[in-house]
Design a protein around this ligand. Structure first.
Ligand code: PMP
Length: 413
């Protein structure tokens, strides 16, 4: 018998790939009594089960169109409903400007495939959403971090960085979550949105505006929903010459309706949309027409605004339980700012606290969060962490705070 040749190797980016740092925390979640502040999971108690059941029934009653393959761009009914959402958020959009994707995660993956070649420079706000970093690493992009502060991405620092980058390292893309960022929870200041678009126009790169959280804005002190600055894409409409908006807008129904639908969307110019559609043809042909139809029936049922309203109020209560619990009374050593919306609180640890000891002690106490390391492309600030207040109910959050306080005491040197 001939000796078998060794199997051909994996493609270089997959030779020793690191998995998602958040998904790797999953084994801890099954421990009895564990309270998770880790994933960005919406609250199960906020799913509109009744409304979705009605939408599912309606979808199935459509017969073949919900059960057959569909157009790669998405179902016409859903594209129209999503274009309507875009218009309500102050952007110009017709159904033909929308690509429905399998979660907004896929939208970013398609953009990377269409735009980024190995070695290309991509600017990313840091701390960053880990799956974005993962997609860019797999694409062998040259990731350049842009620092953030409490008002989001620092456009002053970005201007300096761009001025210093050699011409052969001109960026293709900049990635940002301007509304209640993951993980920092920040809202990008209105003037920075303008500055960002001006820089994109000056240096010729696209901006990916990833916006799954923008509708989850909290009320201000007088109980009125706070006013939102225009989306970066809307600013692009104002500042760019007609037809050359550098901003691609991504959003999702995951955080407001249900992640299991896996319905995300992209609003972009025709040339980019066409290329992402071609890339999607080999990824999954089309997002499940059945869930697209459920999503369309749900959005057209008129129940969506009340569902979002409930989520906004409940998430604000949970956020306050977490932030006030950690910041009032005896010093916990865990410092965090109050986000104005979204699902996340970003915290900095007192330097006395050993971050690894804190994580281990927290697991023993029965609470889990995501250590900050996951959110940096390189040189992480280890004295940081992300907590999500979305999934646990208020009494659980109060218990999580007590457990974190105990763990922090144990981890203080
Ligand atoms: N972008 C950001 C910033 C996110 O936090 C998430 C989900 N955690 C996604 C994209 C992906 O969402 P989905 O694929 O469920 O639409």
């Amino acid at each position: 018998m001939n000796q078998a040749a060794s199997l051909a190797p994996f493609a270089a980016p997959f030779a020793e790939p690191a998995g998602s740092p958040i998904r790797e925390l999953f084994p801890y979640l099954s421990r009895p009594g564990m309270i998770s502040l880790a994933g960005g999971y919406p609250s199960p108690s906020l799913f509109d089960g009744e409304g979705l059941a009605q939408a599912a029934q309606q979808a199935l009653a459509q017969g073949a169109s919900a059960l057959q393959y569909g157009a790669t761009e998405g179902l016409a009914e859903l594209r129209e409903a999503l274009a309507q959402q875009a218009r309500e958020r102050g952007m110009q959009a017709a159904s033909g400007d929308i690509l429905v994707t399998t979660g907004s995660q896929q939208a970013f993956d398609l953009l990377v495939r269409v735009l980024v070649e190995p070695g290309d420079t991509v600017l990313v706000e840091v701390p960053a959403y880990p799956a974005t970093l993962q997609a860019l690493r797999l694409a062998q992009a040259h990731i350049v971090p842009v620092p953030m502060d409490e008002h989001g991405l620092q456009t002053g620092a970005l201007a300096d960085l761009l001025a210093e980058l050699p011409a052969d390292q001109r960026p293709k893309l900049l990635y940002t979550v301007p509304n209640f960022s993951n993980p920092r929870g920040t809202l990008l200041a209105a003037e920075r949105r303008q500055a960002l678009v001006r820089l994109a126009l000056q240096y010729g790169f696209r901006v990916v505006e990833d916006d799954p959280y923008g509708e989850l804005r909290f009320d201000d002190a007088s109980g009125v929903p706070q006013a939102m600055p225009p989306t970066v894409r809307a600013v692009g409409e104002q500042l760019a010459p007609a037809g050359s908006n550098p901003v691609v807008y991504l959003s999702s129904l995951s955080k407001t309706v249900a992640p299991a639908l896996r319905v995300g969307w992209m609003l972009a110019d025709a040339a980019l949309l066409r290329r992402c559609t071609v890339a999607k043809q080999t990824a999954d042909l089309c997002t499940s027409p059945l869930t697209q139809m459920v999503a369309a029936c749900y959005l057209n049922s008129g129940r969506y605004p009340a569902t979002v309203q409930r989520a906004r109020q409940e998430y604000q209560r949970r956020m306050l339980a977490l932030v006030q619990g950690l910041s009032t009374g005896a010093d916990s050593g865990i410092r965090c700012a109050r986000p104005a919306g979204g699902m996340f609180v970003w915290a900095e640890l007192d330097r006395r606290i050993d971050p690894q000891k804190l994580f281990d002690a927290a697991v023993v106490q029965g609470v889990i969060y995501v250590p900050g390391k996951a959110f940096y492309p390189a040189d992480p600030d280890l004295h940081t962490l992300r907590m999500s207040f979305a999934a646990p109910e208020v009494p659980q959050i109060e218990q999580a705070v007590q457990r974190l306080r105990t763990a922090a005491q144990q981890a203080a040197g």
